[in-house]
Design a protein around this ligand. Structure first.
Ligand code: ZN
Ligand code: ZN
Ligand code: ZN
Ligand code: ZN
Ligand code: ZN
Length: 1153
């Protein structure tokens, strides 16, 4: 046990290291630590004789393929295929030796040896004689199972070694072993913590452990070793003099319990009673503290915990969310798992010390020890970690930022998002609510906040938008026995760091008064332009000027003094009705590509801990959540270097593509037409409330939106009536999210089948896939509530071995998963989901079956909550309607493009013609997607409502049906005799309106209609290009700010070093700590420069001016030198690696073992 612990050492890095990326030769790769770590046991392996060398052999491998590794060794691919081993035509002796060796190695590999072992048989093997095709394979895989299989022949040895290790290297059972220390006495003791197995006598082992009092000692008991404490061997720890002798030791000793990562120890200490300069004896707790032991009390301490234990616990708590109780119980088991001895229970003391430790660490990192004003004068929010990428005047903005011209000043906008989480509840257990550091970091000071919330009382704001249902739902979530129903919080939208003074407990529903308080306490004193985003901002902002007056005067914010704009997070805007373009991140100017999706990840990070925090006292809960937010922010801060670089690469690429699209688009029209559209957009920018919205799609049927709203209204009523179970998300919203996911899966699949297979596009698909997998994951937790039956199906497959005939609704519409994208190990059989405890991880995100009601077999569907299947039916009807309308709309546009081309473009040259063709293709793609959606909706309806009324309207959509309106002029078949109108034009939309465009004879009217439709498409394309252009600028500004902030922080820490008058040793400690902090931030700044400089240099336009001061001649030389041997961009490599099952499985199996 303890050995395994020691070897894994709790280090995250060590488990990552063996990840091997095999690169095609000849690029040198020395990162193959796996091979070097493999034990060399060639002497004992059952090596087969080398097979006689045939000139050319085609080896049918047993599921492996052998190829050469970058460093010249052989690799093995887990794949059933045949492979040609090239013969060497050379007759030179050396070559034939090499060739023979190679083949012998190959033969050995086929016999079941690992490549490393096989090579071990022929250590001088250098050359690799395999076909170029094999050598060129970009990412050979060595699967986790193959690794295990390689290992199996060693298992006996491993097991024997294990027993040998815990036995004895010395023949203690047969006779006397002499002490390794003095060579005089009989030895019978050894230490399990010291990195040796040597045996010592009693006095030697006690001497060796004067500075290592927390080691576990074992003594020989005739036929085995048993635990014995150093204390019982006579070790008494003298305190007060760093383990050296004391002039005036206390007369009595005391036994105390010390908790450490190695277990729980009972030690005997002797306190020091020497007098210091002031004639005092050093307090006992201080004597323990100076040993690195945190005493549980200041009065006559009998329990202490080592600093390293508190440290490790805190990290485990952040990362694994291990709670105090579990950690303490594990520690008890580490100490003695035999069940023989009674546990020493210090759980309560440990819990107490953890609380103080969190507090002290936060004060230390905030520089409160360095401030002569002392802890008591800590300012509100001072201990929160600021986002270095956000603008902070005086820290990372140029001195003249306020007077900079408008085209630059927008870069200094502060983007903030507001959100609430209703899982972070708090039970009322009548616990004492003392809070350390109240309001000093992320939570607002509670008493002031509470006074404001109580005074605000019930608020009934008029709801003018359909999207407020969440708030309505949550208002009803009030439960007896809870103090808080959730937590409201503000993050920076672009980077998702928690802002200082921004979290508050929500007593009942999401009230504006609460959100007002949180947002204005975090922007207190901020003079930057603001962009506030919030799910229901369209309602929230309306009466803001009035409500601001109701805030405590100290929070007063002058909305007219700075520019304040409002937006709805991109994901949420879809549930708002029409007329919301002015809250859209897509259409607002100067917002870049700001979407604020980080809020979900932040809650996901916090949710496990907020569950356990429900039971805590209100004060402790604040301290714990504050601590976790601090850790979250810090992780984000140290991650800026790779993250911003990756974002900039992506933005550069996307901007180029979007800008080209937009230019092409514009060139398809006359300058006159384009400037007319430009004017319309400009007018809207100036006055978005009254000017016509250039982005609003002229849709005749938006039935999906209205059906969604209808269902939401009904659900709000049901909740009010108490007939609907209370979940955070209503069934209707849950289904809508499911349909959205299904759509995203379809899009990802089509991207894959059409997209190019370059590394970059694979990486971007992988990113999308990861993001989608996360979304599916969190949606499935909702599904567990709304469709509990599915949890079982996901693991075992449906009860019948055959998937239901019409679950095509959630499998690809019209396609079956192509063999290429079915994971190899899933043995695609009748069962739709592979049998696995976590199917999500073994499948690609776009292939995960969602198991919406329509995908369930009839017998299971009947077990669902009443009304769920019917809600899906209604949504599917709307989906079919909308998809059909979309097909018609895009068909109209296509027809328009062709007619427009004939009327306006003909004769303006070939270039314009090409542009038009590009345009045409892009709309065709949209039609294909809409058609796929229609088919999915229809096949779901077949299951949910077979033989229903809908069948008359929604026919099977064949590819040939997608034509019209009018005669297909593109088919160019003169004399095509009979023309039939496709049924798609004869379906009345939900309004019952039949737009028989098909028979429309008037080309002029067509063109007018076309121009109206296309203007929206053009405006959107323009907006896309502009947002990406802004993003490129914004990202560079953020890079600049991050480095500037780090450097400001370096200086700040240097300034803190010697502000205080303190005892020498404390002053020294303050200086050393400040220097270390400065070094950390200096390191962060350097890492940014070194990671970013090469890329920035390679871009058009070269290195930005702000980077110049950091670009040392040394760095420039290195970058120029490295350019000749350019490696794969780091980010692409990571993205691909995560696609690589090998790596994932490897680390996963490491964790399991
Ligand atoms: Zn000895
Ligand atoms: Zn030891
Ligand atoms: Zn002393
Ligand atoms: Zn930020
Ligand atoms: Zn709205």
């Amino acid at each position: 046990m303890s050995n395994k612990r020691a070897s894994q050492g709790g280090s995250k890095k060590s488990t990552k290291k063996p990840r091997t990326v095999f690169k095609p030769c000849p690029i040198a790769d020395s990162s193959d630590t796996l091979a070097s770590a493999a034990p060399n046991i060639s002497s004992t392996s059952n090596a087969p004789a080398a097979i006689p060398a045939a000139p050319t052999t085609t080896q049918h491998t047993r599921g492996y393929q052998v190829y050469s590794l970058s460093d010249g060794r052989l690799g093995m691919r887990h794949k059933d295929s045949s492979m040609q081993v090239e013969s060497t035509t050379s007759t030179s002796a050396a070559d034939s030796v090499n060739s023979a060796q190679t083949e012998a190695i190959v033969a050995a590999v086929f016999e079941g040896l690992s490549v490393e072992e096989a090579e071990g048989l022929h250590p001088d093997h250098q050359q690799h004689n395999f076909t170029k095709a094999d050598a060129k394979r970009p990412r050979p895989e060595l699967r986790a199972s193959a690794r295990v299989r390689d290992w199996v022949p060693h298992q006996t040895q491993f097991l024997d070694e294990l027993l040998r290790f815990f036995g004895s290297e010395y023949a203690i059972d047969t006779g006397d072993v002499r002490c390794h220390g003095c060579d005089k006495s009989k030895a019978s003791l050894r230490c399990t913590e010291c990195e040796c197995r040597k045996l010592f006598c009693k006095s030697c082992i006690v001497n060796r452990h004067k500075d290592l009092a927390l080691h576990h000692i074992k003594t020989w008991d005739g036929d085995h070793f048993k635990r014995v404490s150093l204390e019982s061997l006579g070790l008494i720890i003298q305190l007060g003099h760093d383990n050296e002798t004391c002039d005036k030791p206390a007369e009595t000793t005391r036994q105390i319990v010390v908790g450490d990562i190695s277990g729980i120890h009972e030690v005997t200490v002797r306190f020091c009673e020497c007098l210091d300069d002031t004639g005092d004896v050093l307090p006992q707790w201080t004597q323990l503290f100076r040993k690195g032991w945190f005493p549980a009390t200041t009065k006559r301490p009998e329990t202490a915990f080592t600093f390293r234990m508190l440290d490790i616990f805190q990290e485990l708590n952040f990362q694994a969310k291990t709670n105090v109780y579990d950690y303490w119980r594990s520690l008890e088991r580490v100490t003695d798992n035999s069940g023989g001895s009674t546990a020493i229970d210090r759980y309560k003391q440990f819990s107490h010390c953890v609380r103080l430790w969190r507090h002290l660490v936060m004060l230390k990192r905030g520089g409160r020890a360095h401030d002569p004003e002392g802890i008591a004068n800590t300012k509100e929010g001072e201990l929160a970690l600021e986002c270095p990428a956000c603008p902070h005047p005086g820290k990372n903005l140029p001195p003249d930022w306020e007077t900079s011209p408008a085209h630059i000043k927008w870069l200094y906008t502060l983007f903030l998002m507001i959100d609430a989480n209703f899982r972070a509840k708090l039970k009322d257990r009548g616990l004492d609510d003392y809070e350390l550091a109240p309001g000093w970091s992320y939570y607002v000071e509670n008493s002031k906040f509470k006074a404001h919330v109580d005074a605000a009382g019930e608020q009934t704001e008029k709801n003018g938008c359909s999207a407020e249902h969440k708030a309505i739902l949550n208002a009803n979530l009030r439960r007896e026995g809870y103090i808080a129903s959730g937590v409201g919080v503000v993050l920076c939208t672009r980077h998702a760091l928690i802002r200082k003074n921004t979290a508050g407990d929500i007593p009942l529903g999401e009230k504006y008064a609460i959100m007002d308080y949180l947002i204005f306490s975090t922007v207190l004193g901020v003079i930057l332009a603001l962009l506030l985003s919030y799910d229901i901002v369209c309602q929230w902002y309306k009466n803001l000027p009035r409500r601001i007056k109701e805030l405590p005067p100290r929070l007063y914010y002058d909305l007219t003094a700075t520019e304040v704009r409002y937006a709805i997070p991109k994901k949420h805007i879809r549930v708002h009705g029409p007329a919301h373009s002015r809250f859209s991140f897509n259409y607002l100017k100067n917002v870049g590509r700001t979407y604020g999706e980080g809020i979900e990840a932040q809650w996901a990070y916090l949710n496990p801990v907020s569950l356990s925090a429900r039971e805590m006292g209100p004060g402790v809960r604040h301290e714990v959540l504050n601590d976790h937010w601090g850790a979250w922010n810090w992780q984000k801060i140290i991650d800026f270097a790779p993250r911003l670089l990756a974002s900039l690469r992506d933005a550069d690429k996307t901007y180029a593509a979007q800008h080209a699209d937009y230019m092409d688009f514009s060139l398809s029209f006359t300058a006159q037409q384009v400037s007319k559209w430009m004017r319309a957009i400009h007018e809207w920018d100036e006055d978005p409330v009254h000017a016509p919205d250039p982005y609003e799609e002229p849709r005749t049927a938006v039935t999906l939106k209205s059906t969604r709203l209808q269902i939401a209204d009904e659900e709000a009523e049901e909740i009010a009536a108490g007939t609907l179970p209370l979940h955070d998300v209503s069934p209707g919203v849950f289904l809508q999210l499911g349909l959205d996911l299904e759509e995203q899966q379809r899009n990802l699949r089509s991207k894959q089948s059409w997209g190019s297979r370059t590394e970059a596009s694979l990486a971007s698909i992988q990113e999308k896939r990861n993001a989608l997998a996360r979304r599916v994951d969190s949606w499935q937790t909702l599904q567990d509530l709304h469709m509990p039956i599915v949890a079982q199906i996901r693991v075992n497959g449906p009860p019948t071995s055959q998937p239901h005939a019409s679950d095509r609704a959630s499998v690809p519409a019209g396609t079956s998963p192509s063999p290429a994208i079915v994971p190899e190990h899933s043995h695609a059989s009748a069962a739709p989901a592979p049998k696995s405890t976590s199917p999500n991880h073994s499948r690609k995100a776009e292939e995960i079956l969602l198991w919406l009601p329509s995908a369930l077999p009839v017998n299971l569907r009947s077990t669902l909550l009443a009304g769920l299947a019917d809600k899906e039916r209604r949504l599917r009807l709307a989906q079919a309607d909308d998809s059909l309308e979309e097909i018609r709309r895009y068909r109209r546009i296509l027809t328009g493009i062709l007619e427009f081309k004939q009327l306006n473009v003909t004769g303006t040259g070939q270039k314009a013609g090409t542009k038009v063709r590009t345009l045409y293709t892009s709309f065709q793609d949209k039609i294909v997607r809409a058609a796929a959606r229609y088919r999915a909706a229809r096949s779901a309806l077949e299951t949910l409502d077979a033989g229903g009324d809908w069948e008359r309207r929604f026919k099977v959509l064949l590819a040939a049906d997608i034509r019209g309106p009018g005669r297909d002029s593109e088919s160019n078949k003169p004399g095509e005799g009979r023309y039939e109108i496709s049924w798609i034009w004869l379906v009345p939309n939900s309004a019952g309106e039949l737009r028989n465009m098909a028979a429309h004879p008037d080309p002029a009217a067509d063109t007018e209609e076309y121009l109206q439709n296309i203007a929206v498409e053009w405006a959107q394309s323009k907006a896309r290009a502009e947002r990406w252009g802004e993003e490129v600028k914004l990202l560079q500004e953020e890079m600049r700010r991050v480095i500037e902030y780090f450097r400001w922080k370096v200086q700040w820490w240097r300034d803190q070093a010697h502000l205080r008058d303190a005892p020498d040793a404390v002053t020294r400690g303050l200086g050393i700590y400040a220097a270390r902090q400065a070094a950390i931030f200096e390191g962060l700044a350097r890492r940014c420069v070194e990671m970013w400089f090469p890329y920035l240099k390679s871009r058009d336009g070269g290195v930005p001016v702000w980077m110049a001061p950091y670009a040392t001649p040394d760095l420039i030389a290195r970058v120029d030198g490295a350019r000749t041997s350019r490696r794969r961009p780091r980010r692409a490599a990571t993205a691909l690696d995560s696609d690589d099952d090998t790596a994932d499985e490897f680390s996963a199996s490491e964790e399991e073992s």
